[in-house]
Write a protein that binds this ligand. Structure first.
Ligand SMILES: C[S@@+](CC[C@H](N)C(=O)[O-])C[C@H]1O[C@@H](n2cnc3c(N)ncnc32)[C@H](O)[C@@H]1O
Length: 268
């Protein structure tokens, strides 16, 4: 099942690698859900999925509760007149000002398909600030949203930091974590990160929480870049390695392979 949102770090292209490593369980917990590529392509009786992006979680909740009425409203934004720079910036301003969660959620889908590279970035005051993307004919991902709506009926959506989500895990649950990537280049300047970003301390904290859950008999799987740093924080886990093709630009010469790993914290 293809996610309906474009999302940085989406696991859709490597979904088989991930789902084949997930054991059976009563419930899948995904503390970093993003576009939902992983939960959408699994078959657990129940789900708890969370993220710290409020616009994302509000959108998912709207789809779950409002269904086809909401989907029909969101579709109305995908008209030719709205694929123009002026309309884009008007809708972006409305998105940043409205208190109406359903309208804001509908515009969020519009922005995802009309903004530059489908990025999701905010300024320091929380305003969405990605520029117009200039696509010829952005399409409304109707089939994908309807599939998401059906799947969402067995899902609990939460706006939460990963620690609060993982604390909910009980034996019988499976936890899949896809945090923002740890940097490939260890010499990057990390001190410029603000306190809210997912920094190296957050990566370490996640690994520590995973170890605690493993000791309680709960399986936790974490995706990340394969680096010296990630190998060291996941030293208690079984590690699976593979390469992922990345496209830095449309030029074939700019295709690179990024090493990834799956850290499996499990007593099985
Ligand atoms: C790599 S993306 C997940 C991609 C997802 N697996 C997919 O296939 O689309 C990481 C996600 O973590 C979320 N995030 C960042 N910091 C977080 C935190 N402290 N707690 C929970 N979620 C967080 C981001 O909003 C983002 O959606």
């Amino acid at each position: 099942m293809k996610p309906f949102l474009k999302w940085a770090g989406s696991k859709y292209k490597i979904i088989d690698r991930i789902t084949q490593s997930l054991p059976a369980g009563n419930r899948l917990i995904e503390p970093f859900v993003g576009s939902g590529a992983v939960f959408l392509n699994t078959d657990y009786p129940e789900y708890l999925v969370a993220d710290t992006n409020a616009d994302l979680i509000n959108l998912y909740s709207c789809i779950k509760t409002q269904g086809l009425d909401f989907i029909e409203d969101a579709k109305q934004l995908f008209v030719k007149e709205n694929n123009e720079q002026a309309s884009f910036y008007n809708l972006r301003t409305e998105f940043n000002q409205t208190q109406d969660i359903e309208r804001k959620s509908a515009i969020f889908i519009y922005l995802n398909r009309h903004c530059f590279n489908g990025l999701c970035r905010y300024n320091s005051t929380g305003g969405f600030n990605v520029p117009f993307g200039r696509y010829t004919n952005p399409t409304f991902p109707e089939v994908e949203i309807i599939n998401f709506w059906h799947k969402s009926q067995s899902v609990e959506f939460k706006l939460a930091n990963f620690v609060d989500t993982i604390e909910q895990a009980i034996p019988g649950d499976v936890v899949y974590c896809d945090p923002p990537y740890a940097p490939l280049d260890q010499t990057s300047n990390f001190t410029s990160y603000t306190k809210d970003e997912f920094n190296l301390d957050s990566q370490t904290e996640l690994a520590e929480v995973a170890l605690k859950l493993m000791d309680k008999g709960i399986c936790v799987i974490i995706s990340n870049h394969d680096t010296e740093f990630t190998r060291s924080i996941y030293s208690s886990a079984k590690l699976n390695y593979f390469d992922v093709q990345r496209f830095i630009s449309s030029k074939a010469s700019n295709r690179t392979k990024a090493p990834e790993l799956l850290a499996i914290f499990s007593r099985e």
